[in-house]
Design a protein around this ligand. Structure first.
Ligand SMILES: C[S@@+](CC[C@H](N)C(=O)[O-])C[C@H]1O[C@@H](n2cnc3c(N)ncnc32)[C@H](O)[C@@H]1O
Length: 216
């Protein structure tokens, strides 16, 4: 089964509040986003699915809110919940590893998507796309399963991370500015360890002005 069909079949057969990653209040994500952004700003939730994070983002007056997901069924669920407010969101259906370009943003949020990229080439494409999309000084917030988190989710293998391994995947332009671990409790009561990293996109070395000291 391809990725698109895999995720659609989950959203088609399970109710939103029954999936293992469900959060009635995406509190950690919200706290991290608010700590790095000043509204009005441009934020994208990558692999946002039917998460309730978008409700908060819209209510908080961000200049631009985008939710991207491979599953159109997930996004339909989110739109139905939001009602009229859904018209304030840019909805994109697509595989993050196949997208060539996105509109520039100040904050890129990803909870529980990057860890499904088990192929090096997919991770390389993802990191290249974030680098092209975030403004310099903007923030990338990623939540993945931690090294003591589950080895699989939704029948798929995952890669688990700590600060150093995630930073290695993203490359030297991403400076880790904050990290935390969080225990998520699934709707069936199982604990899952997450790692969250907040990274700032640094300028390319060519973009950094040479000081007089350096040039002499
Ligand atoms: C574990 S769920 C997390 C959903 C949401 N971020 C949350 O915290 O509630 C993973 C989400 O990523 C989406 N997804 C998986 N692979 C993807 C890909 N390659 N590109 C875009 N979305 C993807 C799935 O459809 C699903 O909605």
């Amino acid at each position: 089964m391809d990725r698109h069909e895999h995720w659609n079949s989950i959203y088609r057969t399970k109710s939103v509040a029954d999936v293992s990653w469900f959060e009635s209040d995406p509190q950690v994500s919200w706290e991290l986003i608010s700590s790095v952004s000043s509204t009005p700003g441009r934020v994208i939730d990558v692999g946002g699915g039917a998460s309730r994070l978008v409700d908060r983002l819209v209510a908080s007056g961000f200049e631009s809110v985008t939710v991207l997901d491979i599953s159109e069924i997930a996004l339909e669920r989110a739109k139905a919940r939001l009602g009229k407010a859904a018209s304030h969101v840019h909805w994109i259906v697509g595989d993050i590893c196949q997208i060539a370009q996105l509109s520039p943003c100040d904050v890129w949020h990803d909870r529980a998507v990057f860890h499904f990229l088990t192929e090096q080439e997919d991770r390389r494409k993802y990191a290249a796309l974030v680098t092209r999309t975030l403004r310099i000084g903007g923030h990338l917030i990623i939540g993945t399963f931690a090294v003591d988190g589950p080895a699989k989710c939704s029948s798929l293998e995952v890669c688990r991370y700590h600060a150093a391994s995630l930073a290695r995947e993203l490359g030297p332009r991403f400076k880790l500015v904050r990290e935390l671990t969080h225990q998520h409790i699934t709707p069936t009561g199982k604990p899952q360890q997450f790692f969250f990293g907040v990274f700032e996109l640094l300028p390319q070395m060519d973009d950094v002005p040479v000081t007089s000291e350096q040039s002499s």
